[in-house]
Design a protein around this ligand. Structure first.
Ligand code: NAG
Ligand code: NAG
Ligand code: NAG
Length: 590
């Protein structure tokens, strides 16, 4: 679901990186955020490892005839380096082995170098088990030998021991003061891979969560033309369906009272109400617990006229409970049905497309959106959601075009207007265009006058102002958003992040974010942000608890993978700090 949540979350994550400041001050988890944004710039440096390596291993100038054992060992090493440079790795290995044998045990530094060099030769032969063994030896003799650590990390990555790899590369990052791009890149990559594989496992076995009411409200508000949600009141009032259902029941009573007696169910007229209509009634009353069950009852009636709606509604609740696979099964069915109302079909396509994006299937996601446009070209919801999808994919021009189209079709759709303003603002920010920035600020101001009840608009404007360091004004906007929607937990988190940027006050930030949890204890974003702040404060135990809590609330595998990465980063950092008895760099007391 590329609901509003996801889009703002993407930006929120990006913003945490900014909020916590310069990379040197960051813990690894924070740093990882930072790198995720920057990693495209880092990618080009990849080759340096291989070419830089051989240069470093070049033999030194030929010494005179060696005398002492140390000198002999050095000479053997130099010979090894020469073979290494010539690409004769087997011979190089022999020389290093000799150097190790000759060298007196008290020359620890030298011995560790010989092991390290032999590991480099094994690496060239892709003998990774040997690389790991030699690096471990090198580290026995020199515990802070980052070169050996990094080489072992690379070998571990090759053989798929990502956990050990992460510990090594984390140690390298910390010991090198987060300055080495290659190790940062590797940490980033390994964290992502580990996160993905852990999320895959955990997602299958997760306990489903029912989202909070405020989350559901936000989710539903992102659909102006939802074929089910947008006409819930029809069930309460005398909708055509209701009239039909009840008049059928009346007919039943009038014409064959004896049958009713047989059934012994005088209240039958009520229970004649189809399960799907009951589900709609519950939705109208904001009771969500039985929705899936009622839809399942309806779907089991093979002649049901509500089959498409029931499937779509069940899919929506599966999706909201984080059961993506089941949701996709139902959506596939709806989309495959003949003669389905175009509103239903396009809504199903939007939801399937958003789920596909969550699974990393971008082309399929965009295909679904394109199909939705063909099915129902005047449906503003499609452009709204495709705009968000395009934003997530960093396709800013397409996103802006979609939002324009959306509000042209549906000028009263306040949330879409707000997203459009925010997209324009981000575009201007990226382009560093003061003119465009000013114009986006004016658009926001106009928008807020026009839709003074749209909390979303105030919250997004607040974020924009916060980016531009206009903290006072940003805080005012957040306050207004909270006044309109006191249970909108995300806004409290934003206010907390604002405190962090504005006053560098972690205590205040945390107590603000804890308010988010008071109004909605299922606010994943709050747990995640608190966890990140604890990492910055160096309290990794707390951070780990908070990330675990966020993982239990994650709605998609992708979110889960991201959170596992944060958790792994915190745990690896905690372990390294213990092993080396060092304090991981933090932002210090604030
Ligand atoms: C890897 O190292 C072992 C032990 O030194 C050796 O027997 C084996 O031939 C090496 N494999 C390769 C591919 O070089
Ligand atoms: C099945 O659905 C049809 C059409 O909606 C309805 O008339 C019929 O009563 C339903 N059957 C059951 C067993 O609920
Ligand atoms: C981390 O926080 C917990 C509880 O908030 C506290 O008991 C603990 O002493 C803190 N640890 C550090 C290292 O600050």
């Amino acid at each position: 679901m590329a609901s509003k949540e996801n889009v703002t979350e993407g930006w929120e994550k990006w913003k945490i990186a900014l909020a916590v400041g310069a990379p040197i001050a960051l813990g690894l988890a924070g740093l990882w955020y930072y790198n995720r944004v920057k990693s495209s710039n880092l990618e080009t440096k990849k080759k340096d490892i291989e070419s830089g390596e051989k240069k470093e291993e070049q033999p030194e100038a030929k010494a005179a005839e060696p005398q002492t054992p140390v000198e002999q060992a050095q000479a053997a090493k130099n010979k090894g380096n020469k073979w290494f440079k010539g690409g004769k790795y087997d011979q190089a290995i022999q020389c290093y082995t000799e150097a190790i044998k000759i060298c007196p045990p008290e020359n620890k530094q030298d011995i560790s170098t010989f092991y390290q060099n032999r590991a480099a030769a094994h690496e060239q032969l892709k003998n990774f088990t040997e690389v790991i063994a030699d690096c471990s030896k090198a580290l026995e003799f020199n515990t802070r030998y980052t070169k050996a650590m990094f080489r072992r990390a690379k070998a571990c990555e090759h053989i798929g021991d990502l956990q050990q790899c992460l510990e090594d590369v984390t140690a390298v990052c910390i010991l090198e003061g987060f300055q080495n791009q290659q190790s940062l890149m590797m940490a980033d990559r390994v964290l992502k891979d580990l996160g993905k594989s852990k999320a895959k496992e955990a997602y299958k076995n997760r306990k489903e969560t029912t989202p909070s009411h405020s989350f559901l409200r936000t989710y539903f508000s992102a659909f102006a033309n939802d074929p089910i949600i947008s006409n819930l009141n029809e069930v309460n009032e005398e909708s055509p369906e209701t009239v039909e259902a009840e008049s059928e029941a009346e007919k039943y009573q009038d014409e064959s009272p004896e049958k009713e007696m047989k059934d012994g169910l005088p209240g039958k007229s009520r229970s004649q109400f189809s399960p799907f209509l009951k589900a709609k009634k519950q939705l109208a009353k904001k009771e969500y617990d039985n929705v899936i069950e009622l839809c399942t009852q309806e779907i089991s009636n093979s002649t049901s006229k509500y089959l498409p709606e029931a499937l779509l509604l069940r899919a929506t609740f599966y999706l909201l409970a984080g059961r993506g696979t089941k949701a996709i099964d139902d959506l596939n069915q709806v989309i495959g049905l003949e003669d389905v109302d175009k509103k239903i079909k396009s809504n199903a396509l939007i939801k399937r497309g958003s789920l596909k994006l969550q699974l990393g299937e971008q082309t399929e996601a965009l295909d679904d959106m394109a199909t939705a446009v063909r099915v129902d070209p005047e449906n503003s919801d499609i452009y709204h959601h495709r705009g968000q999808l395009n934003l997530l994919l960093d396709r800013m021009d397409d996103a802006l075009r979609d939002f324009d189209k959306c509000v042209a079709l549906n000028p009263e759709f306040a949330v879409a207007h707000a997203q459009k303003c925010y997209a324009e603002y981000r575009h201007a920010f990226d382009q560093r265009s003061p003119m465009q920035l000013q114009s986006s600020v004016r658009s926001f101001e106009d928008l807020l006058k026009r839709f003074p009840d749209c909390a979303e608009a105030f919250a997004l404007y607040g974020q924009a102002l916060c980016d531009q360091q206009q903290f006072d004004q940003a805080d005012d906007q957040f306050k207004k958003a909270i006044k309109i929607e006191p249970d909108n937990a995300n806004v409290y988190v934003h206010r907390g992040l604002l405190r962090l940027q504005w006053k560098q006050n972690m205590e205040e930030a945390c107590s603000m974010i804890k308010k988010a949890l008071e109004v909605d204890d299922k606010c994943e974003f709050a747990y995640e942000t608190l966890g990140t702040i604890e990492v910055q404060r160096g309290n990794l135990t707390n951070a780990i608890d908070l990330f675990n809590k966020a993982i239990s609330l994650a709605k998609t595998e992708m979110e889960m993978a991201h959170l596992f990465s944060l958790l792994d980063a915190a745990m690896a950092q905690s372990k390294v700090a213990q092993n080396f008895g060092i304090q991981v760099p933090t932002m210090g007391p604030m």
